[in-house]
Design a protein around this ligand. Structure first.
Ligand code: GYE
Length: 307
């Protein structure tokens, strides 16, 4: 099981399936959990994994992919850092006859036959969930509610869709106003730094912080506390991912709600690789199911999270 019958040089022999995976980076706790999940699932499935970390650089992802093509891996999978600019390299993969799976974030290409399937979350829905939480939480407020949005990596699928879903939901409520929307690249350090500078300019207008991921929210919490305000009280905080650290902060009342985004995609990926190698056809889209958590559930959940 989970092996390939060579039809070239070593005919007749069986060897493990080889998967080349281009991970976009290690910018967040979500990403690290994603990487561990993929490594463990590959091991479990007996799939030989060639893993490259691109350090949030698209050109490094191109390099990794070209290496995988040279190595004649059986399947390539990529978690693309941004959506644009993939068409030429995807054509190279196709010309090499290697099937491609897109994981986590999506690529924006005109020819969808360039990849087999896209496995990942519904980021637009995550944005809508965050928006709905803000509407509920601020329900009693009739005056202006000032919102700051910490955006992830510009041009990445989760940033684009989490921003759009959120806006589509809050737009019915004229008093909910996004005062500032700034990228902090999904990292703790930038989350802290960007929040600090926003606070310096408009601290008394901010009622809500919507952060596209937990790491930026955790950084922002430090900035808010250093500024002398109370996160979760003076500024309502909603974040996306649902990492253990965010749950700890939610249990302390410093984060008010977390929209879950599941990084544990390793088993889904390995299953897709196996099915592909067995010649089975895959659905074009594989979506991971996710929930929303609020403060009342935090104490029960904290420590139980798998990431
Ligand atoms: O939310 C964030 C990470 O692409 C869904 O990337 C992923 C996002 C995740 O850096 O923490």
């Amino acid at each position: 099981k989970n092996v390939v019958n060579h039809n070239d040089q070593d005919q007749g022999l069986v060897r493990p399936i080889v998967l080349g995976f281009s991970q976009l980076g290690s910018e967040s706790a979500w990403r690290n959990a994603n990487t561990i999940s993929i490594r463990e699932a590959a091991e479990e499935a007996g799939i030989e994994l060639h893993f490259e970390d691109a350090d949030q650089s698209q050109s490094k992802q191109f390099e990794a992919i070209r290496t995988f093509i040279k190595q004649k891996v059986d399947v390539i999978a990529i978690a693309p850092v941004i959506e644009s600019g993939w068409e030429p390299i995807l054509k190279e993969i196709k010309q090499a006859g290697i099937p491609l799976i897109i994981l986590d974030r999506l690529v924006n290409v005109s020819d969808p036959s360039l990849y087999v399937t896209y496995i990942g979350s519904d980021f637009y829905e995550e944005g809508r969930k965050a928006g709905k939480y803000v509407i509920d939480k601020m329900n009693s407020r009739k005056d202006t509610v000032g919102i700051v949005e910490l955006v992830g990596t510009e041009g990445s699928t989760p940033s684009i869709a989490r921003g759009k879903g959120f806006r589509d939901v809050i737009k019915e409520h004229a008093n909910l106003k996004i005062l500032k929307s700034e990228s902090a690249d999904f990292t703790f350090a930038q989350g802290k730094q960007v929040m600090k500078s926003i606070l310096t300019n408009m601290s008394n207008e901010i009622n809500v912080l919507y952060s596209h991921n937990d790491d930026m929210a955790l950084g922002a919490i430090e900035a808010i506390e250093e500024f002398g305000l109370r996160p979760g009280k003076d500024i309502i905080i909603i974040s996306v991912d649902g990492t253990n650290k965010a749950f700890e902060k939610m249990a302390e009342g410093k984060i008010n709600s977390v929209v879950e985004c599941n990084p544990l995609l390793g088993p889904n990926l390995m299953q897709a690789v196996n099915e592909l190698m067995q010649g089975r056809s895959l659905p074009k889209r594989i979506v991971t199911p996710e929930s929303v958590f609020t403060e009342t559930m935090a104490l029960e959940e904290v420590g139980k999270r798998k990431y």
